[in-house]
Design a protein around this ligand. Structure first.
Ligand code: ATP
Length: 311
């Protein structure tokens, strides 16, 4: 990929317990995109992010952040990455200003009050800069986490389940904020359990399950495939060709003329099946059986959701 801001190759992780949390993951993140990593509990999302951010060591493989190897060129790689974790772990008695300024220092960057001010203003936290963290609402605390992650001017920002346990309004605010950050030139990788969040936010979607990336796709393409459904008719008599009455419909003839497959958009209000059945009758085509099938991607998502429900 010509302009990858993050390149992950052959990444595996086996924890001390012997549990293999990642299996040979290859992934490239494009500069300027919003990438959603979707997967059920325990799929390996946090492990993957933690390795990129240098919090967890990989067992095998390589991570390059904008050309810097995150092991041999650790400082440079780490300073380009910001991480917004799920929980605030900072001292609750510290002020917003001090917390965010201190974070910048951790990356060896010289103080830059003008940048910290900009970050706090962008996140509507400027008025709260002298407040202790414990006095903030849940939504404000989440924004402090983002401010901390942006304090050292990263190019790549990871958001670990940014809207988990968040109410609907706050969720919308968070989505808007993420879009603004991207407009400001930051590449975003977010992890989520929610298909609708990935659908709403992402340019591309990756699905991780059991430590393996099972799919990476442009959102638009994925949604197109997800929306597709197939209906197959077993015909009573083989057809050599589609009769004129069926011309113009999304139909394919298969199995030696004994199967007719109709593809339609499962999300559309109107499937067109009634018209199809009428056209079949008008064309004198009889069928003895009918079955519908979801696209394989939808099957992936359905099984993902099932695993989630069982977790
Ligand atoms: P969630 O959506 O629940 O946050 P996740 O996709 O982020 O899940 P990870 O936190 O990466 O998943 O965990 C992946 C697997 O690795 C899980 O089975 C987890 O129990 C295991 N795991 C994570 N950290 C450790 C550890 N320090 N030692 C042993 N096993 C671990």
């Amino acid at each position: 990929m010509p302009d990858a801001v993050l390149s992950i190759a052959g990444l595996s992780k086996t924890y001390g317990t012997g549990f293999q949390a990642l299996r040979h993951v290859d992934l490239e993140i494009r500069r300027g995109e919003i990438f959603a990593l979707l997967g059920p509990n325990g799929a390996g999302k946090t492990t993957l992010i933690s390795i990129v951010c240098g919090i967890v060591n990989a067992s095998a493989g390589r991570v390059m952040v904008d050309g810097h190897d995150n092991v041999t060129d650790y400082r440079a790689a780490r300073s380009l990455v910001g991480l917004v974790p799920q929980e605030l772990t900072t001292d609750a008695f510290e002020t917003v200003w001090n917390t965010v300024s201190f974070s910048r220092g951790l990356f060896g960057k010289p103080p830059n009050p003008a940048h910290i001010e900009k970050v706090l203003r962008d996140l509507s936290l400027w008025d709260k800069r002298d407040n202790a963290l414990r006095t903030l609402s849940g939504g404000m605390k989440r924004r402090v986490l983002i401010a901390k992650a942006l304090s050292h001017e990263p190019r790549l920002l990871f958001l670990d389940e940014p809207t988990a346990g968040v109410d609907v309004t706050l969720r919308q605010d968070m989505w808007q904020l993420v879009r603004r950050l991207r407009e400001g030139g930051v590449t975003i990788v977010l992890t989520t359990h929610y298909i609708d969040e990935a659908e709403e936010m992402a340019d591309r979607i990756g699905v991780i399950r059991g430590g393996e990336i099972i799919l990476v796709e442009d959102k638009a393409e994925l949604m197109r495939k997800l929306g597709k459904k197939e209906m197959t008719l077993q015909l009573a008599q083989p057809l050599e060709a589609l009769p004129p009455a069926l011309a113009g419909l999304p139909l394919a003839l298969g199995a030696g003329g004994l199967e007719l497959t109709y593809t339609y958009d499962a999300k559309a209000e109107h499937s067109g099946i009634t018209e199809l059945l009428q056209a079949l009758e008008a064309g004198g085509v009889a069928f003895k059986d009918l079955k519908t099938r979801q696209s394989s991607l939808e099957e992936i998502f359905v099984s993902l959701v099932r695993e989630q429900e069982q977790a």
